[in-house]
Design a protein around this ligand. Structure first.
Ligand SMILES: C[S@@+](CC[C@H](N)C(=O)[O-])C[C@H]1O[C@@H](n2cnc3c(N)ncnc32)[C@H](O)[C@@H]1O
Length: 241
């Protein structure tokens, strides 16, 4: 376990431990195939070059790390607090022939063991719902990126328009818990947890508040795009000088 872990960190570790081997297949299925499309847009915001080193935080099974290395030919350091997810990520990177370009390490986003400005860019996916203080974590992420480096994030969102919102509520209240239970006990837990977790995060941290957290962390020119009728959001910006 990574030193300094909080109750929330431990709960997230327990949630992801049983999912690692099936994560990619079911994450895609349970998001109606949207997940890979969202990640591709996230990766396109980074605009890396082959000489760059990008940090991917909450890398999980390395889906974003793999996409970054494939698209830009850059080096990627991926960090995550789940050893099980990282083990699956290492297996995937080796299978893809990208083991030499992707280094995966067990670390917590709240306390990164890197010097200031060590990376040319940074991505993080589905992370801020799992930390106690999103503002402090945002400052820690921005700290390790050099001035001028790109930062990009992907997170779930609650659609705001009435019809997509009603469909979203039906899916997270009924469809997802049922589908999760059918797959496995671990995915059953995800099915129960995900809707309330996303709803609570979006109420506390709507896109305007999220943008303010980024700006307070020293990220300039912050932009966001809602995806799939507002079910996902990609936010990106540039580390200030
Ligand atoms: C939903 S998964 C996303 C994985 C991957 N980025 C993707 O796109 O599929 C969320 C990941 O966040 C990790 N995580 C949660 N809290 C974390 C923290 N405080 N520090 C580092 N990783 C964390 C979990 O272990 C899990 O692998």
């Amino acid at each position: 376990m990574v030193a300094g872990s909080s109750e929330r960190n431990l709960a997230a570790r327990e949630l992801f431990a049983p999912l690692a081997g099936t994560y990619d297949r079911y994450a895609r299925l349970l998001s109606f195939g949207q997940d890979p499309r969202w990640r591709a847009f996230l990766v396109s915001r980074i605009e890396a070059r082959p000489v760059h080193v990008i940090l991917d935080v909450a890398t999980g099974t390395a889906a974003v790390a793999l996409a970054l290395a494939r698209r830009y030919g850059c080096r990627v350091v991926g960090v995550d607090q789940s050893p099980e997810m990282l083990a699956e990520g290492r297996r995937r990177a080796e299978t893809a022939g990208l083991g030499a370009s992707i280094e995966l390490r067990e670390e917590r986003a709240e306390e990164l063991p890197f010097e200031d400005a060590s990376f040319d860019g940074l991505t993080f996916t589905y992370l801020l719902r799992y930390v106690d203080d999103p503002g402090a974590t945002m400052r820690e992420l921005a700290r390790v990126v050099r001035p001028g480096g790109r930062i990009a994030m992907l997170e779930f969102c609650v659609p705001r328009r009435a019809v997509p919102r009603a469909a979203w509520e039906a899916w997270v209240r009924l469809g997802l818990p049922l589908a999760g239970r059918v797959v496995s006990p671990g995915w059953g837990e995800v099915g129960r947890f995900l809707g309330p977790s996303v709803r609570a995060f979006c109420e506390r941290t709507p896109p305007g508040r999220l943008q303010a957290l980024w700006e307070e962390a020293g990220v300039d020119d912050v932009r966001g795009r809602l995806l799939s009728l507002g079910g996902g959001i990609v936010m990106w910006g540039t580390r200030g000088g």
